[in-house]
Design a protein around this ligand. Structure first.
Ligand code: CUK
Ligand code: CUA
Length: 776
């Protein structure tokens, strides 16, 4: 039918007949290919019914959104990895402890200032061993406002504001040398906990290993979070000094156990290895005993003690010495399974689930029993430092054999149901911590570390999905050399009888440890900044520059450029300095439209940055190399992106300028000018059309469109001036210049039209007035 219609209609020469036949053949093949049905695809790709069902549970069509957003630690990369669940599509890498060039993080002065907060002993620590992200909580559930994450290697905590997914603050621990057990927050994000791991003399002092028992110490830091400011307040933070037991993972209590925190430990043997000195190694000595110590800490009382006179200052930081902690009854110890790796408090706050890597049992402790023992001072014994130890059997609720190498646990939306990772067995165990019954086990690939369920460490787990965060991928993906990606496996936990593996996602950016996932609807990230914002402080930048206020200011050897970025030019376009000048370029992105980011780089000067709509940031450098250095925008921001360029001229010392002609002044004629004016008139007609459409709609109901209209209006407002100049030059018979000014007039029109068309498309797609009416 189609074939006959086409041939009859087009007829014509042999040549075109041949061409047409070719085209029709091609379309015929296409039609066959596109008609391949599900069974055929399954056969071709070797997929089973089960695969198709799994695909249907994760596949997210173009434009579709995810139900949950996950924040994975980026391991050695020092970043945070953001991805969607169930699609497992990676959305962003957030630079935290490490520079991230795309976001300009660690390149602009403003973000350098954040990274600089993380300097230690005068050294840049441009990497981090990122382990545990924690989402801020209100009443025990995620509120979508902040993300905290720790660096284990260089003991630091970072604050990321989820308003824009940018790192805002890094704090360095002033008393401990290495910290693992954080970040975890209490039910209302008063404090962020961070526990020291490998014991060391306090405040980085030197002490010989022979004094390990007397001088080496562990401890826990409680960083005070100031909600109003969205920053950690070091002046109201404190640490408790603890025996050298290698304090490890921690968790805060909830509900009845709110006010307490729980910190594991390993190597409570206080063993010091030294295989080369003839001593048995750390791993032997650190796992000799059958149990280690769970530290139960009354942090609410500790905060009061920290504010009182018994606390001391070490490196300007508030510290509660061990003796004070013992006298005030802030800490009790409970024996826990050997070499534990996770302590997880149940959603109701009544149970603590702890697995020992070297004990095939997972232990469930009862908060009621612990509290009773604490209240009645029912100590079994004291440790060598004087901390009370409870009788494990009096506070245990259950011991459950789940499999080999149990590590971490997360909770389900179904009451009592918990999931535990089995590192050695490479499995996820589903079980009930109330009854102690094992419900199901699912093999994963391979060697799982943490696991994560949706809101799984809050008072209100959402169930649905579990992600196994596996340490080894081995054969799961196409090989990419000896260093393999990590493997995050998505598991369906919606079926109450059986867990089902849905999807493997390679994570190629360091070894992620923990991950947290929040309902996407709880996140409300902004799409633009208020014009002139220093995004790292959230305040208005003193360097904010408006259109028309661009300028270059010289004070002695210091040159400051106040510039702007907007499709498709950088103002100023030429920057002239002298060799040896200290140059700072402050740039403001004037755009309001969504996703209109500009980049800025100066070739061979190592200058780079990213400017999202409304952002002001600065780049500084010494102009120590004379020459001509092009600069340009690094984001493909518009049709004239390549023309978004300029020159930095660094004049050699003592250079005397010779006067010359910049460009020919008679290239364009009257005919060129008239041709350009005609084009401008035609373009204006298109713009009028688009504007007419937008104005006829309820566009003010769509903030995205309002922003676009503002941007377009800005562009159009610039036309008056260049139009006037074009006309003046033409009146004087300077057609060369007149043509160029008329050309610039057209540039503004094109940009306005481009923005206008985006607004029009948006209104059409999002159902504005007439579109809705048409649908009825
Ligand atoms: S850790 Cu890496 S698997 Cu730092 Cu929480 Cu357990
Ligand atoms: Cu701005 Cu490319």
């Amino acid at each position: 039918m189609i074939r006959r219609f086409g041939v009859r209609r087009l007829g014509a020469s042999r040549f075109s007949m041949a061409l047409l036949a070719g085209l029709l053949m091609a379309s015929f093949v296409c039609m066959t290919a596109s008609a391949e049905n599900l069974q055929q695809v399954m056969k071709r790709r070797g997929l089973t019914q089960k695969d198709i069902l799994a695909a249907a549970k994760t596949y997210t069509p173009s434009g579709g959104r995810d139900e949950f957003i996950a924040f994975a630690s980026g391991g050695q990369s020092g970043h945070i990895i953001v991805y969607g669940i169930p699609s497992m599509r990676i959305l962003k890498y957030v630079g935290v402890f490490t520079p991230e060039p795309w976001q300009g993080y660690g390149f602009e002065d403003e973000s350098k200032a954040v990274l600089d907060q993380g300097r230690i002993n005068g050294k840049d620590m441009n990497w981090g061993d990122v382990h545990h992200p924690a989402l801020s909580e209100t009443n025990g559930d995620y509120d979508g406002q902040f993300l905290f994450v720790n660096d284990k290697a260089n003991p630091r905590i970072a604050v990321i504001d989820l308003e824009d997914f940018e790192t805002k603050q890094i704090v360095v621990n002033p008393v401990f040398q290495n910290m693992h057990g954080g970040a975890f927050v209490d039910s209302n994000t008063n404090y962020i906990i961070h526990a020291a791991q490998l014991p060391a003399p306090v405040a980085g002092e030197y002490k010989p290993l022979e004094l390990f028992n007397e001088e080496y110490r562990g401890g826990v830091t409680y960083w005070k979070f100031d909600r109003e400011k969205g920053r950690i307040d070091p002046s109201r933070s404190f640490s408790i000094i603890l025996p050298p037991y290698s304090q490890d993972l921690s968790d805060f209590g909830k509900g009845p156990s709110d006010g307490y925190s729980f910190t594991n430990s390993f190597c409570s043997e206080r063993y010091v290895g030294g295989i080369e000195l003839g001593r048995p190694p750390f791993e032997a000595g650190c796992s000799a005993k059958d149990t280690d110590y769970l530290h139960v800490i009354n942090w609410r009382k500790a905060a009061k003690v920290a504010a009182g006179r018994k606390a001391i200052k070490v490196n300007g930081h508030t510290v509660i010495p061990m003796k004070v902690a013992i006298d005030e009854g802030l800490v009790v110890l409970i024996p826990e399974p050997k070499s534990p790796h996770g302590v997880d408090v149940s959603p109701d706050g009544k149970y603590m689930v702890i697995s020992g890597k070297l004990d095939s049992h997972t232990y469930v402790y009862s908060w009621d029993k612990i509290k009773k023992a604490i209240d009645t001072k029912d100590w079994a014994e004291k440790d060598p430092y004087g901390f009370p130890i409870l009788d494990m059997n009096k506070v245990l609720h259950a011991q459950v054999a789940l499999g080999l190498g149990p590590l971490h646990s997360q909770f389900d939306s179904v009451d009592g149901v918990v999931y535990t990772s089995l590192y050695v067995d490479s499995m996820v165990a589903r079980w009930n911590y109330r009854t102690g019954k094992l419900l199901d086990r699912l093999p994963i690939h391979y060697n799982i570390g943490h696991l994560m369920t949706m809101h799984g460490d809050t008072v209100k787990p959402r169930g649905k999905y579990l992600v196994a965060l596996n340490k080894l991928a081995i054969d799961r993906f196409n090989p990419v050399g000896p260093l393999h990606p990590q493997n995050h496996q998505l598991i369906d936990i919606g079926d109450k009888n059986k867990m089902t593996l849905l999807y493997d996602m390679p994570l190629p950016l360091g070894e992620p440890h923990y991950t947290v996932a929040i309902e996407a609807k709880l996140l409300k990230p902004r799409i633009r900044y208020k014009s002139g914002t220093n995004t790292r402080t959230g305040e208005r930048s003193p360097y904010k520059t408006r259109a028309g206020e661009e300028r270059i200011v010289r004070k002695g050897k210091k040159v400051e450029v106040f510039g702007t970025l907007i499709r498709s030019h950088i103002t100023p376009e030429i920057i002239e300095v002298e060799e040896g000048d200290d140059v700072t370029i402050h740039l403001t992105n004037l755009e309001r439209a969504e996703d209109q980011t500009h980049g800025f780089t100066i070739s061979k000067y190592g200058v780079n940055g990213s400017w999202e709509p409304g952002k002001t940031a600065s780049v500084s450098f010494k102009a120590d190399e004379p020459g001509v250095f092009p600069y340009y925008c690094t984001e493909f921001c518009s049709a004239l992106h390549l023309e978004m360029e300029g020159y930095l001229l660094v004049k050699p010392k003592g250079y005397k300028a010779k006067v010359g002609k910049l460009m020919p002044k008679d290239q364009y004629t009257k005919a060129d000018y008239e041709k350009q004016i005609k084009t401008n008139m035609e373009t204006q007609a298109v713009i009028d059309d688009v504007v007419g459409f937008i104005m006829s709609q309820n566009y003010k109901d769509f903030p995205e469109v309002v922003a676009l209209v503002q941007d377009a209006t800005d562009q159009l407002a610039k036309i008056d001036e260049v139009k006037k100049r074009a006309e003046e030059e033409a009146a004087k018979g300077n057609y060369h210049s007149a043509t160029l000014w008329a050309g610039q007039w057209w540039q503004y029109q094109v940009k306005a039209a481009d923005i206008g068309l985006r607004a029009k498309t948006y209104l059409e797609q999002h159902g504005s007035k007439t579109v809705k009416a048409a649908k009825k």
